[in-house]
Design a protein around this ligand. Structure first.
Ligand code: HEC
Length: 242
């Protein structure tokens, strides 16, 4: 019989208060985390607000957002002797900034227009444009590095697993269909794993940014529903008759 398991009606008021302040604090923490995500990701594509482009640039990078492209589209543009050379450099960046194309097409431009300033012996603090290795540093698409993703992943997996476990433990005291319950406790964990996995995939395949957003949203939604249903049943629900 299901009666042998503890439900919200079986726990003390003090325990309900403790559960409630915990759940509300986690809910608030989640909202603040969303605001933090907004501020750290928005506007990367040059337009205010958070968009799928921002997510792609964050994980995958973008050829138009490299330091070199920004520089020759902006403050460094007047240093180019011929405006048409800008397209040569941008095309090289878009093609992946490899060495053969650098040597053939880009090095002559940089050597003519840029290395008067961009050479370590002259300005050690400026990007070195006197050789391929130096130019590649500012020409590659960027995005998150694997070490950075690994670091953020392990923090997320450890931290969020604890949060989801405690929310789930409380949620299990709800009086709802047991099959719904069994699936509901797995969903936020599965969504979190998919989210973290899709960061790595987005680094290689930009379209996966949609999976990052969808799985992140699913985790937030499923966690939020567990919190709301738990708080509701703790205080406003009692199964009659008894
Ligand atoms: C007259 C000296 C001078 C010349 C010539 C020059 N630069 Fe610069 N460049 C600078 C200085 C100074 C900075 C750092 C200050 C800044 O970012 O505005 C800089 C910064 C940069 C940066 C780094 C921007 C960042 O993200 O920090 C890039 C990339 C760059 N220049 C590319 C070029 C290219 C390409 C050319 C040739 C078309 C060029 N520069 C020619 C002086 C020069």
């Amino acid at each position: 019989m299901a009666e042998q398991y503890t439900r919200f009606k079986d726990i003390s008021i003090s325990e309900r208060i403790l559960n409630t302040v915990f759940l509300l604090t986690i809910g608030l923490g989640y909202v603040v985390a969303l605001v933090n995500m907004y501020y750290t990701h928005q506007g990367r594509d040059g337009r205010p607000g958070l968009s799928i482009e921002d997510v792609i640039i964050n994980y995958h990078g973008s050829a138009t957002q490299t330091r070199l492209a920004n520089a020759i589209n902006g403050v460094m543009e007047p240093n180019l002797k011929y405006k048409s050379d800008k397209d040569v450099i941008l095309r090289w960046i878009n093609n992946g900034a490899d060495e053969p194309e650098y040597t053939e097409k880009v090095a002559p431009i940089l050597n003519r227009d840029c290395i008067i300033c961009h050479t370590p012996s002259i300005n050690p603090s400026l990007p070195d444009l006197s050789n391929y290795a130096g130019a590649a540093v500012v020409a590659h698409a960027g995005g998150a590095t694997i070490p950075k993703l690994v670091k953020v992943s392990h923090i997320h997996l450890f931290g969020i697993a604890f949060i989801l476990y405690f929310i789930g433990k409380i949620f299990l005291l709800c009086d709802i269909n047991i099959y719904v319950k069994r699936i509901a406790v797995v969903i936020p964990f599965a969504a979190m794993l998919l989210d973290v996995l899709s960061w790595f995939i987005t680094k290689a395949i930009p379209e996966f940014a949609y999976v990052v957003v969808a799985s992140g949203a699913l985790m937030g939604l499923s966690m939020g529903l567990q919190i709301l249903l738990s708080v509701y049943q703790m205080w406003f629900y009692s199964r009659k008759p008894n």
